[in-house]
Design a protein around this ligand. Sequence first.
Ligand SMILES: *Cc1c(COP(=O)(O)O)cnc(C)c1O
Length: 493
Amino acid sequence: MQFFSTRGEAPAVSAAEAISRGLAPDGGLYVPETFPQWQMDWAETANLSYQALAEKIFALYLSDYSADEIKEIVKNAYGSNFAAAEIAPLVGLSNEKYLLELWHGPTAAFKDMALQALPHLMQKAVAKTNHGEEVIILTATSGDTGKAALEGFKNVDGIKIIVFYPQTGVSEVQKLQMLTTEGNNTYVVGVDGNFDHCQKGVKEIFSDGAMNDALKKANKKFSSANSINWGRLMPQIVYYFWSYCQLLKQGALKAGEPMGVVVPTGNFGNILAAYYGMRMGLPVGKFVCASNENKVLTDVINSGTYDKRREFYKTTSPSMDILVSSNFERFLYEMCGRDAGQIRDWFQALATEGVFTVDDATKANWQKILVGGFATQGEINTVIADTWIKEHYVLDPHTAVGVKVCGDYQKASGETMPMVIASTASPFKFAEVVYGAISGEGETDSIACLAKLSAETGWEIPAGLRGLTEKAVRHNTNIDNTEMAETVKNIVL
Ligand SMILES: *Cc1c(COP(=O)(O)O)cnc(C)c1O
């Protein structure tokens, strides 16, 4: 299996090379040359454990990893690090809505599903492709990736990790989780700016020729833990297959019948993994892309115009406060018939003018399978409160966006297939918002809200969020968003 760049001006590479590089040298994203087809029948698939399913899906893409290596990676990632035996439980609500709980990992958000595997994928990739270089992982985070990446990579030999987060753009719990990270190879840097500034800064450092030369001389190289890395996307395909198997087991559908997939979306990685699943043979009847008030994706899905020239809103679902949604490039690549020249033109226009418009045929291609919708701050609070009252289920604000947009879609379409909604974070990660919505009280101390939310709902605080305030703050670097390159230099050179 080879991997191509969406921009078409970099050579095809092996899976190990794609994972160890992260971004292609022409600025594009790596995509698999073809989508391998799932051959096993569904009754048999439904009997696989999560780990066995992951091994089979990984093997379809990692043709340069041995079966033993894949087994070891899966064991390290999903052997004992998740609080739920099923890894990703599927919980039914009323009205054909199912929540795929992706937050039972160590940092209580769905990023763990991939970031528990990526360091092990990367370590093997580096051994296959490198010449003893130290790998420097640069990561921009809107809150959840940062901690999940730090936990995954801490104390992994031969790798350093630097995380940039928007100083005032993450929740108090998210910030404390990151700043208390241990490990001898972890660096956490607060940036005066939003997530898009962090992501742009990281992309610029990746393509900074002088910096890369200096690194090379020092026998080091950059890679990425963001969802631009193939090693992030591939593990996410697994849980969509898994959710389909759970629907079969729960009798919600028969083999071959379609499910709908709803994803609260930011960088478009999670929903893209579901789309890749469909290309491999997973029966998905519709994809619903759910946004918060930063609804650049809702707009492009409806109009064909991607326009980032708009106001940026800080919302209570900060992990989706994103205007430049990186993985949409991979989706567009498929929708336009893998025309790399076209992708270059569009993303050149996005970089220079802040906007591009696709042709009608490309738009028509996605409108057959994908709808977009969004939820306002008020709607998010209402959905959290209603779901607690009617279903006794506690939603986090991101998942609430998904539930709201799912309901809108069901109403508008009259569709009755089961809808799997990606539940992307534990409600305790955003305890002040959730507790406020449920209790009606304006408590703002998010740490105090952990205990209050637990007392109010009877839900247990996830292990990774307990005792946060007793941990020592180990990282306190704060910089201007123009100082990111300098900061990296100081750390690694
Ligand atoms: C990262 C994140 C998202 C967005 O996922 P993408 O793959 O970037 O679209 C949604 N919710 C939560 C809680 C997240 O951490």
